[in-house]
Ligand binder design. Structure first.
Ligand code: TRP
Ligand code: ZN
Length: 876
């Protein structure tokens, strides 16, 4: 065997450098012999020349990382001596290849027990599991680990029967049998060609919650949800969500499931939410397990959405996959849009839309307006795992939503039908997707396509001139996208703008219309109006932009009271609250009655969905105000922001106390817990009332929370009461926290909530509390959920403590990120994003955050993942 220091691959991967694979795979046979620290993997791969790849026979290049090479043959001939190994894989020179098709047979050994990165094959609570997206399969076998190489897989797993009675992989079950000596095997056949990133293997002591589904064409599908013994009672909701997703994809998209079995496995140690491996989804247990006592309404909602998301990937992602990782939004943006549609159908569409936009503004806008800004389809990366971002997912979904708006529901369906018909079984690009829209609808999308390539949040400016004598409203709309790193020049985008005019006393003075703004500027004129209407702009948030407009509190009040578009009603209330907060932070302006009264009317308006009212009564978040201040050229002081928002909450709590108490009582849900949207909405409103009352720190409010904790038989009522008491430092908080821990110390997911409540409390002593909790027996920093629940919640959900003026919050988080980085780079790099907005804050904070980033950059052995994030954040 020759071992060479082959040239290290270029640091930066570029879309422009894409070349098709030289060798394609006809079929894969994988034999996995499981043992915790010495697993043997034998891969038998039938390769053939890619006919589209030029004339000369190319070398065979295979990816491989942390693999111990054992042997390799080509058509049975030992080729070990011909191989050139390097850190990223191996090369077999063309001269050693017999022809245009051959069989490669290679055995390696791997060490799952030592795999702390949770990528490739690893152990979680003695259970073997895999995570291969994006580039984890190369840690299992030498392989062309790129999504445009698709193949059918035949997998045989062998293991000790006692440690691993259950052996799972993708596809349909094949032979099983006993091997003597306490060992057994199982085979799995996946007939659908798939890229390696969709491979999965799970083995361990698991029990199945079973059900079945009959597809529209009458195929019976076995459904199995695998969990650890003891968790069987927490599977019903995820299973129900799965069946509803399967039906919904049939009725709304005409897409049926395509194997005899569909399985989900819940895993405790997982870097992200869930993974769509073909026929064998692997989930973070947080997004599967739910019982009324342990999961909140929000947990149920997330489980439903994520189960749907992963299931929908079966068509958008698996049957049609990505040509390369630059096309990630092809599967993620589209699949997020589909899961949002699903949730909107299953629950309240306006409430869903408001939640989606809040998430977009909360996570994607900061990204798009800061040092990490990148296009929905990035053009280069160092570490692809750093590009599973809010921009690719959430803005990617907004791009699909805009297409839907522009071509209409029917055109959209025609385009998607064509996409599935034309590209089933292929690895595609955004251009091919776009072509389907053009061909199906006849619409040219050249300019629209900028949404995929141009980074940054566009700003849409609205200027109005009202001419009373003629009853004419002239509206000028201007768009402008500020520069982002590496993209100084911005072009005008196609903005679908849904607008209407609302008469001051109610009613539509200007009927709703869709305007397509594709130039930098346009002017609209509305004539013959008897009075000046208030423009309801960007209904349903029809484009992901920041709106700049002059609007008076009175005009906002009109929209809040009368806008027929529920999203814009909520938006008007939000705008009002943001304006109050900004005035209070900047000039100490007293809280205007107009706002209090508007909130009071919302609270009391029984014609409105309680879930909607709960959202409308929510005072903006600290981050949102910080972003507004920075967006207007100022610097944010987290203490001042927090003080203003606390005063607003306290103000509502005391001024509206009678109404809040009344609504609190009226919203009480009797009878056994049910996670349905209506009861969840009532609970959300009741809990909002409770939180506002607690903000007064009044004894009676605390007693209300105490009582709720006493009587609650479900987590949706328990957790918010505990949070209110903790955040406002109620005398009983400590006692309740202790009791909660005592009651739930055996349930890891509930303990995560206990950690998060304490980590997000806006109290002076919180850093000390969090530091103490890092040494608590219930904490385990090596588990990603636990790390996120404590350190992540502190960094991302506790602005006052994280941004403490003395820099203590930054130092604490930095130290922990460095420790995590050595163990699990993917999760560390993701959490390092808590520093992305450093340029927003006051000079001394900027300096301290910059120092934290610099400290990380200088750290010895910093992972490539975190290094890329840190350097981008520093603007290097
Ligand atoms: N494809 C997954 C999804 O969106 C997400 C994913 C990417 C992932 N990489 C991962 C999940 C690593 C877990 C671990 O559904
Ligand atoms: Zn996804």
């Amino acid at each position: 065997m020759r071992t060479e220091t082959a040239p290290t691959p270029p640091e930066t991967v570029r879309l422009a450098d894409y070349t098709p694979p030289a060798w394609l795979v006809e079929s894969v046979r994988l034999d996995v012999d499981l043992a915790p620290s010495a697993t043997r993997v034998r891969a038998r791969i039938a390769f053939y020349r890619n006919p589209g790849h030029g004339r000369e026979r190319p070398d065979l290049r295979l990816d491989g990382r942390s693999l111990t090479f054992v042997s390799a043959t080509v058509d049975g001939r030992d080729v070990a001596a011909d191989l050139a190994h390097d850190r990223e894989g191996l090369t077999l020179p063309a001269a050693a290849l017999p022809g245009d098709a051959f069989q490669w047979d290679c055995t390696v050994e791997i060490d799952p027990a030592a795999n702390t990165a949770l990528e490739g094959l690893y152990l979680s609570n003695a259970m073997f599991c895999t995570q291969c997206e994006a580039e984890g399969f190369r840690k299992i076998a030498y392989y062309p680990d790129r999504p445009d190489v698709m193949a059918p897989f035949h997998v045989r797993i062998e293991a000790e029967r006692e440690a691993c009675p259950v052996l799972l992989s993708n596809g349909n079950p094949g032979e099983v049998g006993d091997l003597g000596g306490g060992r057994h095997f199982a085979e799995w056949l996946d007939p659908h060609p798939k890229p390696a990133y969709l491979f999965a293997l799970v083995a361990g002591q698991l029990v199945a919650h079973e059900d079945s589904f009959t597809t529209a064409s009458g195929q019976e599908v076995a459904l199995k949800l695998w969990v650890r013994p003891g968790d069987e009672g927490k599977c019903a909701y995820a299973m129900d969500a799965l069946k509803r997703s399967m039906r919904w994809d049939e009725t709304e998209y005409g897409l049926e499931y395509d194997l005899d079995i569909f399985q989900i496995v819940a895993v405790d140690d997982f870097n992200m939410g869930a993974m769509e491996n073909k026929g064998l989804n692997v989930f973070n247990s947080k997004y599967v397990l739910a019982s009324p006592e342990t999961a909140t309404d929000r947990d149920y909602e997330l489980i439903e959405g994520i189960v749907a998301h992963e299931y929908f990937h079966n068509w958008t992602g698996n049957r049609i996959t990505c040509r390369d990782w630059f096309q990630l939004c092809l599967k993620e943006g589209l699949t997020v849009f589909r899961d949002q549609q699903f949730s909107a159908d299953q629950r309240s569409a306006p409430v869903q839309r408001i939640g989606d936009v809040k998430a977009l503004r909360g996570r994607q806008f900061p990204e798009d307006q800061g040092p990490l800004a990148h296009p929905v389809r990035p053009e280069h990366y160092v570490e692809i795992n750093n590009f599973y971002t809010a921009t690719v997912y959430e803005k990617g979904a907004e791009v699909i939503r805009m297409l839907h708006t522009l071509v209409g529901a029917e055109g959209y369906r025609k385009a998607l039908d064509l996409y599935f018909e034309r590209h089933d079984g292929q690895a595609c690009t955004i251009e091919q997707f776009r072509q389907c829209f053009e061909d199906a609808t006849g619409r040219v999308l050249d300019q629209f396509a900028l949404w995929w390539s141009q980074a940054g949040t566009p700003r849409l400016k609205l200027a109005e001139v009202w001419d009373a004598p003629t009853g004419t409203l002239t509206v000028r709309l201007t768009q402008h996208t500020p520069p982002t790193p590496g993209q100084d020049e911005k072009h005008a985008l196609v903005l679908p703008i849904v607008l209407a005019g609302v008469a001051p006393g109610g009613g539509e003075a200007i009927p709703e219309r869709l305007i397509e703004l594709s130039t930098p500027e346009t002017e609209l004129r509305f004539e013959g109006l008897s009075e000046r209407p208030v423009l309801s702009l960007l209904r349903g948030f029809s484009a992901p932009v920041v709106v700049e407009r002059e609007i008076t509190p009175e005009q906002r009040a009109v929209l809040l009271a009368h806008d027929a578009d529920p999203f814009n009603r909520w938006e008007a209330g939000r705008g009002l609250s943001v304006a109050v907060a900004l005035d209070r932070v900047r000039q100490g302006t007293r809280i205007p009655d107009l706002w209090t009264e508007a909130m009071a009317r919302m609270l009391a308006d029984d014609s409105l969905d309680p879930a909607f009212r709960a959202l409308a009564l929510d005072v903006p978040g600290d981050d949102e105000i910080a972003r507004e201040i920075a967006g207007q050229g100022g610097l944010a002081d987290p203490n001042a922001i927090h003080a203003a928002l606390s005063e607003m909450r306290e103000h509502l709590g005391s001024r509206l106390s009678a109404d809040l108490n009344a609504t609190y009582t009226a919203m009480r849900v009797e009878g056994p817990y049910s996670p349905d949207a209506e009861s969840a909405g009532r609970r959300a409103l009741a809990n909002r009332c409770l939180a506002l009352l607690a903000a007064t720190r009044d004894r009676t409010a605390f007693e209300l929370a105490d009582a709720q904790l006493q009587r609650a038989d479900n987590m949706s009522e328990t957790l918010p009461a505990l949070a209110s008491l903790t955040y406002y430092d109620a005398p009983s908080a400590e006692r309740h926290l202790d009791a909660f821990h005592e009651r739930w110390k055996g349930d890891a997911l509930v303990i995560d909530k206990w950690l998060s409540v304490q980590a997000t409390a806006p109290l002076g002593r919180t850093l000390a509390t969090v530091d103490r909790l890092t040494r608590h027996p219930s904490f385990n920093w090596k588990n990603p959920n636990k790390f996120r629940a404590l350190i992540g919640a502190f960094a991302m959900g506790n602005p006052v403590a994280f941004h403490a003026g003395d820099g203590s919050g930054y130092r604490f988080v930095t130290e922990w990120l460095l420790r995590l980085d050595a163990h699990n780079p993917q999760t560390a790099a993701r959490l390092a994003g808590c520093f992305e907005s450093w340029r927003r804050y006051t000079p001394e904070r900027q300096e301290a955050m910059q120092a934290a980033l610099t400290q990380m950059r200088e750290a010895a052995d910093l992972s490539k993942n975190t290094r890329e994030m840190v350097e981008r954040m520093l603007g290097a």
